[in-house]
Design a protein around this ligand. Structure first.
Ligand SMILES: *Cc1c(COP(=O)(O)O)cnc(C)c1O
Length: 423
């Protein structure tokens, strides 16, 4: 079925016991065993069933199944945040001594995780040039465990050449992991272009209402882990922490997501709460409708600002002259999603005046809400960076980031116009 239908019905039929039509919130920490044998079979992964909410929960299970169907994978793991999803996806296959190759166009939190925290754990992250897929190839070594990118980079707005990156990854026997947060499955389904693992921050477009933090890992089931036995030894050799199970043998296509659940999640524990899973499910029901309006509003705003005399530049992949418009045509329905960046001719001071005089837009650091949001990175998220560091991460001092919501376009344009008058 189409994503509009899956977003509403995926993973759930009215509960057979209660006939509840809305997904119930299973607010329980544990689940009863029928008897000793039942418990033993659950722990041996011989039978599917619930044990403890740190590892699984039926409300979370509906969320996972719905996202699996929306992305076209085999299984998912919902987690406490998008950051957890990235961390656990990589820790499922990489450990001290290993490395991954990442695009250098990244969400700030992911950049910090990759540039500082993973190296402290012994996992090296090598950054490749997001404008040049071939720059990834040169960095791959025997200990490389994955290639990582964002389908649409936050905040740079570049649209990754997913087919090129998948082909480089597969030629070298490693999976492509794609953070699909900004595009959402409405604009892009990376598995169709060869991606192997998808990550989302559910906090953004999928939840859509700025009320809950969550993340997910979706497994395509298509990466041949058992073909590269020594590179992915943790999936192919008996796991002593799980009484000798071999994930590729016990779980087949779902080996990766199975290990993500029973090793990083079970042992490190960043589970999503059933209530957050419920709120995110509510949000997902309207994802396609919201994305249609958000992309339409953002396109109009991008074109409006592009014509404006006080604006020096606009970066949005939905504009025909944008460097990434070709990739957007191929991968993201010709849209750059709901985020655009632009600069004012009056520079840093103009940017702060503009931000301070907006009335409808909320000043904050988030994206993907149904409310319109504004952020001036150089005075907030990136204020500790020197001028050279700002250039390196592609953030100029005058850059303003908008995340458009679903309000009426006339009200959005009027607010932008009245603020631009003060500049
Ligand atoms: C917000 C975000 C994340 C991190 O997600 P959290 O839910 O805030 O932990 C990861 N990637 C991208 C692209 C994001 O925008």
């Amino acid at each position: 079925m189409n994503i509009q239908t899956v977003a509403i019905h995926g993973g759930y039929n009215p509960d057979p016991n209660t006939k509840a039509v809305a997904v119930p919130i299973y607010q329980t920490s544990s689940y009863a065993f029928d008897n000793t044998q039942h418990a033993a079979d659950l722990f041996d992964l011989k039978e599917e069933g619930n044990i403890y909410t740190r590892i699984m929960n039926p409300t979370q299970g509906v969320l996972e199944q719905r996202l699996t169907e929306m992305e076209g994978g085999v299984a998912s793991l919902a987690l406490a945040s998008g950051q957890t999803a990235t961390t656990y996806a990589i820790q499922t296959i990489a450990e001290a001594g290993d490395n991954i190759i990442s695009s250098n166009s990244l969400y700030g939190g992911t950049y910090n995780l990759f540039a500082h925290t993973f190296p402290q754990l012994g996992i090296q992250v090598k950054f490749a040039n997001h404008e040049d897929p071939s720059s990834f190839t040169k960095l791959i070594t025997e200990n490389t465990k994955a290639i990582y990118c964002e389908s649409i980079g936050n905040p740079l707005g570049d649209v990754a050449d997913l087919e090129a990156l998948a082909s480089i990854a597969h030629k070298n026997g490693v999976p492509l992991i794609v953070d699909n947060t900004v595009a959402s499955p409405f604009l892009c389904q990376p598995f169709n272009y060869g991606a192997d693992i998808i990550i989302h921050s559910l906090t953004k477009y999928l939840g859509g209402h700025g009320n809950s933090i969550g993340g997910v890992i979706v497994d395509s089931g298509s990466f041949p882990w058992s073909k590269y036995k020594s590179r992915f030894n943790r999936l192919n050799e008996p796991d002593p922490s799980y009484h000798g199970v071999i994930y590729t043998e016990a779980l087949g296509d779902a080996a990766f997501i199975g290990r993500a659940r029973v090793v990083p999640l079970r042992n490190m524990g960043a589970a999503i709460s059933p209530f957050n899973a419920f709120l995110i499910l509510q949000g997902i029901e309207t994802l396609p409708l919201r994305m249609e309006r958000i992309c339409q509003n953002t396109q109009i705003v991008a074109e409006h600002l592009n014509r404006h005399e006080k604006v020096s530049w606009v970066n949005y992949a939905g504009l025909p002259d944008n460097l990434y418009h070709g990739n957007a045509d191929k991968y993201t329905k010709s849209s750059g999603s709901g985020i655009l960046t632009f600069g004012l001719k009056s520079g840093f001071n103009g940017a702060t005046t503009f931000q301070d005089t907006l009335k409808l837009f909320t000043r904050l650091v988030n994206i993907g809400d149904c409310k319109s949001l504004v952020c001036h990175p150089a005075s907030t998220t990136h204020r500790q960076l020197s001028d050279t560091e700002l250039v390196e991460v592609g953030v100029s001092r005058e850059m303003i980031r908008l995340s458009l919501g679903i309000e009426h376009i006339d009200d959005i344009i009027n607010d932008l116009e009245q603020a631009l008058k003060h500049v």
